[in-house]
Design a protein. Structure first.
Length: 276
């Protein structure tokens, strides 16, 4: 593992590392914010999953999360959104291939050997973080857009592993909407039964754990009606009485200006669960 960046921030340190990933078969980068409380012992970790076309840089440079992470004593880990490299399959479509891993374990060629972001986020990355950094085994997860899909889906599939979950502008029903349908068919094939384990709406129907969901959605989001449709999430949560706080924010779009406006609320939500 190699450290690429080191910056003082709110009495803690914002760093970027790269490492050889056995799961993905390539070199991966991740950002990690180490709060000042880590000087006194291990701290809980929030994993942040970014959206389409993003890297490990977007969240750590645009959200302003460091201030709130320092306040609450939470480590922030923000991985890249897919495997990358000259030998990694890619596609001309920005919503497929590099920068668009959709947090699944691909089963179809040419994607299957490398596109295993589900296993990377759930297993390999936390093992690395908890070995090399002052991180406790208390974990939470959050994300934006494609990463919001990843955060909700991963939390629902792993009861007991995360203390809390939240999302901004998530793709809540990828099997029903164009971005998700495009990615799931490419990575998993055309049998829609294989898509259900990666679909938040489907997972909520059979969820064994009732981990409360916090979701923020901007009402001026250009993708609201075509790709996101949070009403699908609201409807299924009401049907099965799953706890959901859905904040619909007038005037806000899909950008990091939106995330920066409410990231403090999300970090407080996670801190309440992580410090119990």
């Amino acid at each position: 593992m190699e450290r690429l960046e080191h910056h003082a921030s709110f009495d803690g340190w914002q760093e970027v590392y790269q490492h050889a990933s056995d799961t993905l078969g390539c070199t991966m980068k991740f950002g990690v914010y180490i709060p000042p409380q880590a000087l006194d012992g291990n701290v809980p970790v929030l994993y942040w999953l970014s959206g389409l076309t993003c890297t490990e840089q977007n969240f750590i440079t645009k959200s302003g999360v460091q201030r709130y992470a320092a306040e609450h004593g939470i480590m922030i880990v923000a991985p890249d959104t897919s495997p990358r490299g000259p030998d990694i399959p890619d596609d001309a479509d920005y919503a497929l291939g590099q920068g668009a891993g959709f947090y699944v374990n691909a089963t179809r060629e040419p994607w299957a050997p490398h596109y295993r972001m589900y296993d990377y986020v759930v297993n390999e990355l936390p093992s690395l973080i908890e070995h090399w950094f002052p991180a406790s085994e208390k974990r939470s997860i959050s994300g934006h857009s494609m990463g919001g899909h990843g955060a909700l889906m991963i939390a629902l599939r792993n009861p007991g592993r995360y203390q809390s979950v939240s999302a901004f502008s998530p793709v809540v029903a990828p099997s029903q909407l164009p971005w998700g349908q495009n990615a799931l068919s490419a990575y998993l094939g055309d049998d829609r039964e294989n898509w259900k384990p990666y679909d938040t709406v489907e997972l909520i129907r059979t969820a064994r754990e009732r981990l409360p969901l916090l979701v923020d959605q901007g009402l001026d989001d250009e993708f609201l009606e075509t790709q996101l449709q949070p009403e699908r999430l609201k409807r299924v949560c009401e049907e099965v009485q799953y706890p959901l706080t859905l904040n619909l924010r007038p005037g806000h779009d899909h950008s990091y200006y939106f995330i920066a406006s409410y990231i403090g609320d999300h970090i407080a939500h996670h801190a309440a669960a992580l410090t119990r």
